[in-house]
Design a protein around this ligand. Sequence first.
Ligand SMILES: Nc1nc2c(ncn2[C@@H]2O[C@H](COP(=O)(O)OP(=O)(O)O)[C@@H](O)[C@H]2O)c(=O)[nH]1
Ligand SMILES: [Mg+2]
Length: 267
Amino acid sequence: MAEAKSALNDAARLAAGESCTVVVPCYNEAARLRVDVFERFLRHEESSRIRLLFVNDGSRDATLSVLEDLCARAPGRASVLDQQPNRGKAEAVRRGMLQAIANGEAQVTGFWDADLATPIEQIDDFLELLDTKPELNMVFGARVRLLGRAIERQPLRHYLGRCFATVVSLLLRLPVYDTQCGAKLFRVTPELEEVLAKPFHSRWIFDVEILARFLENQKSDTRRLEKEIYEFPLPVWTDVAGSKVRSTDFLRAFWELAEIYRRHLAR
Ligand SMILES: Nc1nc2c(ncn2[C@@H]2O[C@H](COP(=O)(O)OP(=O)(O)O)[C@@H](O)[C@H]2O)c(=O)[nH]1
Ligand SMILES: [Mg+2]
């Protein structure tokens, strides 16, 4: 009886699509946050299975009150986790995703940069892929600069980013195109919980650390991991002004990459 009921629940859930909690890490975003865009998205009926969990990462401006106001206007659809003091994007995302999993309501979680460089409506497209392709466990935004798409990246960051991504794909032996896009969804699985269990060592390239942890758990079976990931070529991506990433962070990223390799992949 219980089994039949749970099968019915599963069927109903599949028909409605997976529900999803997306973490939005926010550090000193009071001036940059496009509250009107978030509000419009949260009021939209089509995205009603999506909830947003804003993580205030020890901001020193009015981010927390801006977020609380926004969430009060979208009850049941958005909430705030206040993390004090500032611990960096990696930890904000990790804690947010763990909370989303612990709440037990979402079958999918992930993260989305607060500046909406990737338009928020894309969450629907990512989710649709997870709905229709059960073999997938992850959908990542990919900034592929092709004619007919609006991928607006500063030239220096574009070329540095391409070099970095190439080195990453060689090290991981995984033909991933863009590890650093701040728009990623993950199906909630025991493996994901294991990957998120401990704080990341890297501050900026935790996305690579996530892949390395999955690979380590799967005994470096890159073929298996490859089948679980879909890189979604974004139609639009905008380099939003106000990034807090400095050029020294780029050097630091290579050092962090060497450390990830040593910890998870070297053998
Ligand atoms: N820079 C920075 N961003 C953080 C931190 N914690 C959370 N974030 C969030 O991480 C996301 C990416 O930040 P951003 O400065 O736009 O970086 P970029 O897009 O990679 O240049 C935004 O949603 C930030 O609010 C932090 O400690 N520092
Ligand atoms: Mg940004």
